[in-house]
Design a protein around this ligand. Structure first.
Ligand code: GLU
Length: 464
């Protein structure tokens, strides 16, 4: 049984775009293999906890259609799915490790640990715990425990080497002497990431641990834990981190790390997922646009390329435009309506869409093209005062039009341009700016038809 998971930490505004990427892969891999996709909340870093973040993460996954089969709201046979409700379990395994001699109590104070660290830095050595407490006698330990001296439990790293195989990166071996005696259980009774992740992945019968490469350095410690607890290793697959076109980390500054930013900018969920699917992987037929269902069919974990893919918003915008163009009108109307939350009446969206659908790359851009339907321009992109005569002539010609249809409006204006002896391009530019405020707009005749005779004439009169 394939069981995949993402264990996000609820420490931010929303799901990170990189987390959405790993969520997609985990979800797709589970679906492909008739398995289960689990979301576990890792809320052990109490200082960085953000109220409501866990709920937001689940809401976002749901919005993207990446629903977990088991999570803290839905529940499931392996719950609870939030680590703060599983503290007894971590303690139990930490104590088991202590009794086996694979972990030990450490009573060192923060001050002492800091001193040890400073000495290592001055001696240009890797800062590591100096194992001061490894050598405490059984009596010393019980005495300190009785006195309730704050303590942690540390992993006792053995001598030798540790190896594991990563599905994407092959076999990795490291010398144990490079590892620190990792804290497993903190003085507040919470596990560190390392103990929590291993215990939960095991108890939740996770078969494939698919996550970002930034966690690779931790795997040897996890492998030791699996070994000490005599548990079978899951399959590890570390996917590359997404990079910006400048090859940096996606920056928190512009907000573009949070999935909500993309939705607020008017990107479609389908397009975002499609673009993410192409990170470090390509479709066997080199297709760029494909559905989630198709992705599940053709995707395989081992085809992921280990080198960092570029996440380029410009490319995503292009892809989003493709999605918008191909989208069925009714669905696009709904998306735009929801996006602007009542700003645009549905029937106006419906009438204007045929003029605008081809032109926009994001839902947000609809407003740039359609805003003039809601209100007369307050500014004009060209100096229009010199066209007074043009507007007067056009206004009286249009007043006579009884059949207010794009074609008829076009004919009448064409005739005015001819009578005035002004070049078509200049005439229509002046008219376009008068009606829409802008040099670039949806087709003018059709726009005027939708706007209606009265409103069109009123805009001309206002300028005159
Ligand atoms: N809590 C870690 C995170 O926020 C989980 C890493 C993992 O997948 O093991 O990404």
């Amino acid at each position: 049984m394939v069981r995949t998971r993402i264990p996000p930490s609820p420490t931010g505004n929303d799901l990170h775009i990189g987390n959405l990427y790993t969520a997609l892969i985990n979800w797709a891999y589970a679906k492909k293999n008739n398995g289960k996709f689990i979301v576990r909340i890792e809320d052990t870093d109490r200082a960085r906890l953000v109220e409501g973040a866990a709920q937001q993460i689940l809401k976002t996954l749901h919005a993207f259609g990446l629903d977990p089969d088991e999570d803290m709201i839905k529940g499931g046979p392996y719950g609870p799915y939030i680590q703060s409700e599983r503290l007894e379990l971590y303690k139990k395994y930490a104590l088991q490790l202590v009794s086996q001699g694979d972990a030990y109590y450490c009573f060192c104070t923060q001050e002492r640990l800091e001193e040890v660290r400073q000495i290592a830095i001055t001696e240009k050595k890797q800062p590591k715990y100096d194992r001061h407490c490894l050598h405490l006698s059984a009596e010393e330990i019980s005495e300190k425990l009785e006195k309730k001296i704050p303590h942690v439990i540390r992993l006792h790293i053995p001598e030798g080497k540790t190896s594991y195989t990563d599905l994407i990166r092959g076999t990795i071996t490291i010398e144990n002497e490079t590892l620190d005696d990792q804290v497993l259980l903190k003085s507040d009774g919470f596990p560190t990431y390392h103990l929590g992740v291993v215990v939960d992945d095991h108890l939740m019968e996770i078969s494939h641990v698919i996550r970002a490469e930034e966690w690779m350095a931790s795997v040897p410690k996890h492998v030791l834990l699996y070994d000490f607890l005599k548990w079978e290793l899951p399959v590890f697959a570390h996917v590359p981190l997404l990079r910006t076109p400048e090859k940096g980390k996606i920056s928190k500054r512009k907000g573009a790390v949070w999935v909500s930013w993309y939705l607020e900018e008017g990107y479609l969920k389908e397009a975002i997922l499609n673009y993410l699917a192409l990170m470090a992987w390509s479709h066997p037929d080199q297709k760029e646009i494909f559905s989630l269902d198709e992705y599940i069919q053709v995707f395989d974990l081992k085809d992921i390329n280990p080198s960092a893919p570029i996440f380029d918003v410009v490319k995503l915008t292009w892809m989003n435009g493709e999605y918008i163009r191909k989208m069925e009108k009714g669905k696009l109307k709904e998306e735009i309506y929801k996006f602007f939350g009542d700003k645009y009446p549905e029937d106006l969206i419906e009438r204007t869409l045929p003029l605008i659908q081809e032109r926009i790359k994001t839902l947000k851009e609809y407003d740039e093209y359609a805003h003039f339907f809601l209100e007369a321009p307050k500014e004009y992109e060209i100096e229009i005062s010199k066209y007074k005569e043009l507007f007067e002539k056009t206004s009286s010609a249009l007043t006579e039009v009884s059949d207010w249809k794009a074609e008829k409006i076009g004919e009448v204006m064409q005739k005015v341009a001819l009578d005035l002896g002004i070049k078509n391009s200049e005439y229509f530019m002046a008219m376009r700016v008068a009606i829409t405020g802008k040099k670039i707009s949806p087709p003018l005749n059709e726009s005027m038809e939708i706007l209606g005779k009265e409103e069109t004439l009123s805009r001309l009169r206002m300028i005159i």
